[in-house]
Design a protein around this ligand. Structure first.
Ligand SMILES: *Cc1c(COP(=O)(O)O)cnc(C)c1O
Length: 390
């Protein structure tokens, strides 16, 4: 059986609405969001859907994270604590603002930042915590951020409509939530990003940072450093149509994920995410007990035609050559070495053993999609059962 894939129309919800949206923009002759209406409407719809007062669009999820990091205004050498298991788009904006990515280890089953490890990583230069809701499971760093008195940024790129156990929507729990509309996310306009916040000051900083520091409603003067991270009207119009389909996408993913979770619930040596209806099911992660290994099980699943991979990443982010080997700017290791660097960041193998073990040995991810039928799920369940049974 072939599985719907986010790489083509089989696993995307792109249809007549998106076609009409693109046509509407092209016919208007206005493709820029500075003067158009689509991206502003998208921002309103995004904010309303999350019950917050502000949303700011950007050209990618990485750009959205960059807006958030810029808005919390780290000084060069300030530290931002984040997860070693994420997309590099979580880390790049920290470096780009001349701050230092400091990692903390993760929970052995969810792969999300371990609050105790984050608390232990907090130091005098900690400027923010950047939590990643990995695969769509809420990472709850609210108490740690509050205790440290630093803002919490939520990376919700994989966590559209994720909920915390108390029902709070991911992205609304901290100072800023960041979302991605890239091809491989729940909803897409090719590339795009959104931030949400209830804080008018942070929202204004983000809007300025996305548009060359230019307050458009005032004079042509540049009030701060900003890049051009604007979303285009074409992308914005598609994103509006996609955002309207988001609840359906989540309902369908949750229903079939629930079916797989029920089918695998009694399987020894296999750990599943806990709360089916709070999870966003970007991927379906499984964590294996030894002697099972992710490479071996992924190999068997691939042989059975199941779209599954070992580890999610090839290596956790704290082992990325971009941090361990490469200079950052020019030939320098700035900002990693900004005085008074009272400690060098812990990068490289051995620094975060739980994250390293997940990637190398225990974590397996199965591609998930709103177009999966019960038959797809049953085939996956059967293949997983066969792959983990001696
Ligand atoms: C995809 C992703 C990003 C980056 O988003 P882009 O739109 O690809 O720039 C950041 N963080 C996480 C967790 C992601 O999954």
């Amino acid at each position: 059986m072939s599985f719907p894939s986010m790489a083509d129309a089989s696993g995307r919800t792109i249809g007549a609405e998106e076609l009409a949206a693109v046509g509407r923009v092209l016919q208007s002759g206005m493709l820029s969001s500075v003067w158009g209406t689509e991206v502003r409407a998208l921002e309103r719809e995004m904010a309303d859907r999350h019950g917050v007062s502000h949303a700011v669009a950007a050209s990618s999820g990485t750009a959205a994270l960059h807006l958030a990091v810029a808005a919390v205004a780290p000084d060069p050498g300030d530290e931002i604590i984040t997860s070693p298991i994420s997309d590099f788009g979580t880390v790049a904006p920290i470096l780009a603002q001349n701050a230092v990515p400091v990692f903390a280890d993760v929970d052995p089953y969810t792969g999300n930042l371990d609050p105790a490890a984050v608390a232990a990583a907090i130091g005098p230069r900690t400027r923010a915590i950047l939590a990643v809701h990995l695969f769509g499971a809420a990472a709850d760093l609210r108490a740690v951020a509050d205790a440290a008195g630093v803002p919490l940024i939520e990376d919700c790129a994989q966590a559209w409509l994720t909920r915390y156990p108390d029902g709070t929507l991911a992205g609304t729990a901290g100072a800023i939530g960041c979302f991605s509309l890239q091809q491989w996310k729940h909803i897409t306009c090719g590339d795009g990003g959104l931030t949400i916040t209830d804080d008018a000051v942070l929202a204004r900083r983000m809007r300025l940072f996305a548009d060359k520091g230019w307050p458009r409603d005032e004079a042509r003067r540049h009030v701060g450093l900003g890049l051009n991270y604007r979303m285009t009207e074409l992308a914005g119009a598609v994103a509006r149509a996609q955002l309207a389909k988001l609840p359906g996408v989540l309902a369908d993913r949750r229903r079939t994920a629930g079916r797989l979770a029920a089918a695998l619930a009694d399987l020894p040596g296999v750990h599943l995410p806990a709360d089916v209806d709070a999870h966003a099911w970007w991927l379906f992660p499984l964590v294996l007990d030894p002697p099972l290994t992710n490479q071996e099980v992924a190999g068997k699943l691939a042989a059975a035609g199941i779209p599954a991979r070992a580890g999610y990443l090839d290596q956790p982010l704290h082992c990325a050559p971009a941090l361990t080997e490469a200079p950052v700017y020019g030939n320098s290791r700035f900002p990693l070495t900004v005085p008074p660097a009272d400690r060098l960041p812990a990068y490289g193998p051995g620094a975060f053993p739980v994250a390293e073990r997940l990637v190398a040995q225990t974590l397996l991810v199965i591609d998930w999609n709103e177009r999966y039928t019960d038959a797809h799920v049953d085939e996956i369940a059967e293949a997983v059962r066969a792959a983990v049974t001696p």
